[in-house]
Design a protein around this ligand. Sequence first.
Ligand SMILES: [Zn+2]
Ligand SMILES: [Zn+2]
Length: 262
Amino acid sequence: MKLCTLVSGSSGNSTYISDGTTSVLVDAGLTGKRIEEELSSIGVSAKELSAVFVTHEHNDHITSVGVIARRYGIPVYANRGTMKYLDAAGMLNRIMPENLIVFENNKSFLCGTMTVKAFPIPHDATDPVGYRFTSGGVSVAVSTDIGEITDDIREGTKGCAAVVLEANHDIEMLKTGPYPYPLKKRILGRYGHLSNVSSADYACELAEEGTETIILGHLSKENNLPELAFETVTKELKKRGLLEKCSVMLAPRYSHGELIVC
Ligand SMILES: [Zn+2]
Ligand SMILES: [Zn+2]
């Protein structure tokens, strides 16, 4: 399996996942042109894409979902709640009905040669999900925009070789930072975003279950620093003797991260 974050953060999210035969995007939260450029800079043509999966309807995840689906004639996958929202927002115009594929959360299905499972995540959107993709006995997962770690997330990500895991904010930076109080409360809440310390804690659980690569994603520009997120997570892994088993990477905000092969 190959995995690469094309961009990650509140100004856009998109992750490329491929098993060599089937290639998909999880979210398309930047312009179609930028997606094509980021893909091409990791040696992938957008023409190879087989589908676009949507996690939830927030703007930083859906900008060019319709554009990419129309341009390459590929299906959009989403659960009922999210698909309804995209449709009502006019983003699915001129996409063939058979290319709008609605799935149920927590039920595995096939997309080409990959097995896919969407798992519910706690976040303030209609019906937000994370994704697990499996092929040839190897699984990878994307799990960002999560207020807290739940059993659904554990089930969805456990045993994955690589996981894109949110490390959104440093709690102190957020508390003392410029955001208005209601927004701070939203981010810190159960349906907001995952802090560095919670991410570090869960990274250890993942490492214990055999995850070899954790890609920290959806870092806040105002309330986090890449070095701080990285240090918080690696320190905790080291403290628990797990750092040799598991490597930590950062998903850049405005450009693609490393292409991970597992
Ligand atoms: Zn987001
Ligand atoms: Zn969101």
